[in-house]
Design a protein around this ligand. Sequence first.
Ligand code: IVH
Length: 705
Amino acid sequence: MSDISVAEMSEAEARDELARLSGILAQANTAYHVDDAPEISDADYDRLKRRNEAIETRFPQLKRSDSPSEHVGASPSDGFAKVTHAVRMLSLGNAFEVEEVAEFVARVRRYLGLEPDSTLLFTAEPKIDGLSLSLRYEKGLLVQAATRGDGAVGENVTANARTVDDIPVRLDGAPDLIEVRGEVYMSHADFAALNERQKVKGQKVFANPRNAAAGSLRQLDAEVTRVRPLKFFAYAWGALSEPLSDTQIGAIQRLETLGFRTNPLTRLCNGKEEMLGHYALIEGQRATLGYDIDGVVYKVNDLGLQARLGFRSTTPRWALAHKFPAELAWTRLESIDIQVGRTGALSPVARLSPVTVGGVVVSNATLHNEDYIAGRGSGGTPIREGRDIREGDWVQVYRAGDVIPKIADVDLSRRPETAAPYVFPTVCPECGSDAIREEGDAVRRCTSGLICPAQAVEKLRHFVSRAAFDIEGLGARQVEQFYLDGWIREPADIFDLRKNYGTGLQQLKNREGWGEKSALNLFAAIDDRRRIALKRVIFGLGLRHVGEQASTLLARHYGTWDAFENAMRAAADTESAAWNDLLAIDGVGKVMAQSLTSSFAQEAERASLKRLLAHLDVQEAERPKTDGSPVAGKTVVFTGTLERMTRAEAKARAEQLGAKVAGSVSARTDILVAGPGAGSKEKKAQELGVEILDEDGWLTLIGQS
Ligand code: IVH
């Protein structure tokens, strides 16, 4: 039924379909807003809702009294006030392997420039699988509780938090202002009992303790939260009027003295071996703890060092989540499909007989690339002892954290006799052009660029995605349809849609979702995006290796589109100052830099960009918040040996303060920081009359002496 197009439906079919959609959408709403356990993706939800509306438009007489289009979506989350966190709530970098833990320790030591045998202490504690909460106390009174939300803005759940026994409403002897952070969770026993009660009452049961905890805390009626058995462990803090301690372990002890529960498995560890030892101990106790944990969190103990290490964009450099191994299951590989991405990469996808892995039904998994299927790793070394993967094989699927499921292994004893080695296509399955693999690249790519419909469509879908142009009413499905109609071939065409096809679109009454009103709304939404932030334009280009975070960094660094574009062209010459300047951005490596410059070097890409930019008014990027910074906007070069900090740290700190750090001295350099052993750079700076400081002078200037 759901396949019948709205235009071809009979009245009876439409009535049935409206009933079906109303049922599915109501269930999806409850699952999402009330139970915190979404059952369908946002995209599917939107698609069903639009289908419902299209049928109602065609058969207004059939509109149901409980029509989903009348449902204003008074979701509980709309009912919570928003809270902007005084200090952002961050996430943690992840590791699964012992080597990654070793690398984390080594990275921290390198960044801080520690002597090889010096002591570096870390705390290690369980990573609780619940939801994080920030509790603000002023003069000892709980004044606000907020969920993490997107890290910057969360939901105000103060009334609910007050009902949780583990959360004190009053603190004695606390700093005037303190934000205590930690995890709200539900124990296994409480979870089972809650589900039992829900069942008896005929209400929906929760999939796991985490969902139960989230659903219980995010209740509009705090009385519901009161009867739900929530618990809270404190493990971190946000804003403070005075420090809690000078060590992590000291701060945790202080939180305990203030009346919070902290995890009894928190330990101080001296180096990697002790950290891994404590990980093994926690893993051994996992099954009997009585609540869900999904790994161990390591944190640098010395808070002074934590401050020096600081943060990457969303994660602290001083902490790491060492996750427990992924969950595994065996199933049959039905077939291998090839998908063509926006950069032309041919990605093999495993279609599986559905199987439950760690509580989630999996029917697709990535197979990475052709070498992976053939049993070869990078550099041609065998993986899975060289066992290849074939259609019809029994394969082992695993999920690690929230990542896309992967295929780990294959069971040769169950291989069907008819199974043949998989032949990876050498032509693009979408456009038939050659798909080639460049030397040193693991990936085979379609060579026809935007001529390949799959690439063009993927690029357009990316262009309208949330972090890029985010045009209301123009989602992935709509651009794809317009592409098939021949109305939109490249991003610039979106902005000519009204001019070229305006009347046509307004008349598309029989096409799902379109009509005069929606067309006019779309044109208005497109016009809204002619004025656009630089980072969205850069991200929207969909260049390889240039994600959302990198786009923000680039936008901040270059400020304007013209500066960015000119720099990318100039940087094509890897001997140029522009190339060095690009590489000097913290977060931009050689691979990304090459991807950027090669895109700007392509004639077709440049022409397409020019057409796009003619429609846009690109806003100058916000500079990082550097109010009062004495070095904001200045170009600084470090040379010679630094004694009180490493190069990486010096650079990160200078950039945080709004300075640009360059690799070589030029007329544009404002300050040269020269340590012992400085050579030609210092000489050049003297010749150019550039201000020269020693390390202490620099630290005094930035107020860190
Ligand atoms: S520390 C700046 N410690 O894990 C880092 N987080 O993946 C602050 N979590 O959002 C977090 N147990 O919800 C920390 N012992 C623990 C934790 C923990 C669970 C959660 C927390 C955070 C997420 C990051």
